[in-house]
Design a protein around this ligand. Structure first.
Ligand SMILES: [Fe+2]
Length: 453
């Protein structure tokens, strides 16, 4: 794909949003809604949500409405291409006529991929990366019942799949497809109250990533950019309370609204290199997407701040900083300080290296060395591969500042090894321009600029 074709976004596409139901008890409408659509036999696509009782309750809800249910409950975090193909197989072998995803982004994204595959007679999902890749738009119905405060996938045209089987593997790719938009999105904050605290925090970091990337990005669509800033404020106001007191309905409801409107915003306003960063490390290490974003937030805001200081000053204000006696640059730096405080308050590790041995690791350096568990400690060769992964990501062109391979490597290295602190002046921001204060860091002189149309 020639990314230079979409740099600067001379034509902006507004993606429609699906019909949605929001509120306490909304998930109990799912079965009757499926029946009203004329569905007779649906496939539940989920990770299982074991210990919550949600799947059993939803199954009864559908069966009481006269809709039969088959369950595929093997969805993994960072869903893999085989999760999609196995879901499609269960759908076709079960004689199903509609999909119901129950969970967070992994379940919704797997289902979006399976619908696209179903519309194309079982072709491999890895053939459908990029923008509006579907040739056939007549997909089976999809009801998405959301249980997290992160991805917003129940309402977006986006889905993200990890390719483990093609010659490009490992590759975590983004599909942005009008044919992947769900038929009905259901957000019930009661379901989100079943999340463990760390998942509230991690998925909340994802929402902050969506909101901030859309707000500072290059698309700047008047219909969606303003609500991105609203979502920044909602996360800043409510994430601590929702994390540490997930039974506080009011705080959880605000986080669900935040994740929902941030997703609506980026459906049209798009994302940036924080998501490219997260996709790259997930391709190699299978770490939680929201946790990646928490570690990456201050690093990417630091990298981007000089390209959009006024936007980051707005973000500081939205996060409650009194910016009246600050210059724009000072206020923009205050936003970075504020987001570090937020993610640390919510339990985010200083860097990926502190995550320890991640139990699902299977693609990175440790895997190739014969270890199924490995901490994230990349050598230069692996950093180079991840940086190139970032450069080719569909989210990179939306970023307010151009990215180089060397700049990407520095951000990755910082996320892996450094402490989380405000790095202005002689620190991080200058280093990624080539003024390396530490021996052994790469020089960035001579790197090729990003293409522009
Ligand atoms: Fe995300």
């Amino acid at each position: 794909m020639d990314l230079s074709q979409i740099y600067e976004f001379p034509v902006k596409e507004f993606f429609k949003q699906p019909r949605s139901l929001f509120g306490a008890g909304a998930h109990e409408s799912a079965g009757p809604e499926a029946a009203a659509m004329g569905l007779k036999h649906v496939l539940f696509v989920t990770s299982g949500l074991r210990g919550t009782g949600i799947i059993d309750n939803c199954k009864k809800n559908f069966e009481d409405a006269g809709v039969s249910v088959t369950v595929y409950d093997k969805v993994e975090s960072n869903p893999k291409d085989y999760n999609v193909m196995d879901s499609y197989k269960a759908f076709s072998e079960g004689g199903c006529d509609g999909f119901v995803s129950i969970g967070g982004g992994s379940s919704h994204d797997t289902t979006k991929g399976a619908r696209v595959v179903a519309a194309h007679d079982g072709r491999n999902v890895n053939e459908f990366q990029a923008v509006n890749a579907s040739e056939k738009l007549d997909n089976p119905a999809h009801i998405a019942i959301n249980t997290t405060v992160g991805t917003g996938s129940e309402t977006t045209p986006a889905y993200v799949i990890t390719d483990l089987s093609s010659p490009n593997a490992p590759h975590k790719w983004v599909g942005f497809d009008r044919a992947a938009i769900t038929t009905l999105a259901i957000n019930d904050p009661i379901l989100c109250m079943t999340q463990p605290p760390e998942y509230v925090a991690y998925t909340g970091f994802d929402t902050m990533a969506h909101a901030s990337e859309c707000y500072v990005g290059r698309v700047q669509h008047p219909s969606t950019t303003p609500i991105a800033l609203s979502a920044v404020k909602m996360v800043s106001d409510s994430l601590r309370e929702a994390t540490y007191n997930p039974r506080n309905y009011e705080a959880m409801e605000k986080m669900v609204w935040a994740q929902y409107i941030a997703a609506q915003a980026f459906s049209t306003g798009l994302l940036g290199i924080l998501h490219s960063l997260s996709h790259a490390v997930c391709a190699y290490y299978d770490i939680h997407h929201g946790l990646n974003n928490g570690v990456g937030l201050p690093r990417v805001w630091t990298y981007n701040q000089p390209a959009a200081p006024d936007k980051y000053a707005d973000i500081a204000g939205a996060m409650g900083v009194d910016t009246r006696n600050m210059t724009t640059a000072q206020a923009a730096d205050a936003a970075i300080e504020e987001v570090i405080r937020l993610v640390k308050d919510c339990g985010c590790p200083e860097n990926w290296g502190q995550v320890g041995e991640y139990p699902k690791t299977r693609m990175g350096k440790g895997w190739y060395e014969g270890k199924t568990n490995a901490s994230i400690q990349s050598d230069d060769d692996e950093l180079q591969k991840m940086a190139e992964h970032m450069m080719g990501d569909l989210c990179t062109p939306g970023n307010p500042r151009d990215l180089t391979v060397e700049g990407a490597k520095e951000i990755l290295r910082d996320c892996m090894y450094d402490g989380m602190e405000v790095k202005t002046g002689n620190g991080h921001r200058q280093a990624i321009w080539g003024v390396s204060p530490q021996e052994g860091r790469m020089s960035f002189a001579g790197s090729d600029p990003q293409p522009k149309s």
